[in-house]
Ligand binder design. Structure first.
Ligand SMILES: Nc1nc2c(ncn2[C@@H]2O[C@H](COP(=O)(O)OP(=O)(O)OP(=O)(O)O)[C@@H](O)[C@H]2O)c(=O)[nH]1
Ligand SMILES: [Mg+2]
Length: 220
């Protein structure tokens, strides 16, 4: 028998209120905020880079890069001609609504879609509402199809699941149908998009969903 210790959850009452306020304010300013979460290295910046390039001219997209150190991701995004900002979280493993508000203040006011690339981590970011209108997560093929079993909250909190690096499927024992089934068992409403940000396969379905959801918010 394995000993299990239940740790206490952080109290997040005030963060939930702050997040609701931020979400409403951003909607009033016609800014659509997407919180993108995943494990480190699963492909957040690569997916955003391809999305920005594909949608250039259709939406003014900006990115807030959250990391503990460095500015390499923000530099990559800027090199594509999109606005980006880097925020450091003082060692913290997630972004909350207050931090998101502070970071957004450093981005221009003319943006229509803003992505928050959250800290690479499948645990803490799922516990804190950032004020985003949609939560999106990435699971990459090399990580394995068992991740919904191990990190259920992340899958429960997200509106969309992008299964990326599908071009690497021949080299890994990743069962796409099983991963999808496990995610849907936790969250029947989650939209699943298998993609390769490297080859572009599957990208139009994800980008179509993003544009549709943006459109819905404009008319909400
Ligand atoms: N084969 C393949 N490699 C990919 C794909 N997407 C990302 N990669 C590679 O995966 C590695 C990590 O990608 P990133 O986009 O930096 O991942 P990230 O989630 O932003 O990483 P952190 O910000 O450090 O958490 C890089 O070497 C990418 O080239 C893909 O669709 N296929
Ligand atoms: Mg990154």
């Amino acid at each position: 028998m394995i000993k299990v210790i239940e740790l206490k959850r952080t109290v997040t009452d005030s963060n939930d209120r702050d997040a609701e306020t931020l979400r409403r304010e951003l909607r009033d300013r016609d800014i659509f905020l997407i919180n993108l979460m995943s494990a480190p290295g699963s492909g957040k910046t690569t997916l955003l880079s391809r999305t920005i390039t594909d949608l250039m001219g259709r939406a003014k997209i900006g990115v807030m890069e959250a990391d503990i150190a460095s500015d390499v991701d923000a530099i990559k995004i800027r090199s594509l001609g999109a606005e980006s900002i880097q925020v450091h979280t003082d060692g913290m493993c997630h972004m909350d609504a207050g931090m998101t508000r502070d970071g957004l203040a450093g981005l221009g006011d003319q943006l229509q879609i803003v992505f928050l690339e959250n800290i690479g981590n499948l645990i803490c970011p799922a516990e804190f509402d950032t004020g985003a209108h949609k939560n999106v997560m990435i699971l990459s093929v090399p990580e394995g199809d068992d991740k919904p079993l191990k990190y259920p909250l992340m899958f429960q909190k997200c509106d969309a699941l992008i299964i990326t690096k599908t071009d690497a499927t021949p080299y890994f024992d990743f069962d796409l149908a099983l991963a999808t089934e496990r995610a849907l068992a936790l969250n029947p409403a989650i939209k699943v998009f298998p993609v390769s940000a490297k080859t572009g396969e599957g990208m139009p379905a994800w980008e179509g969903w993003l544009l549709d959801e943006w459109e819905k918010q404009k008319h909400a």
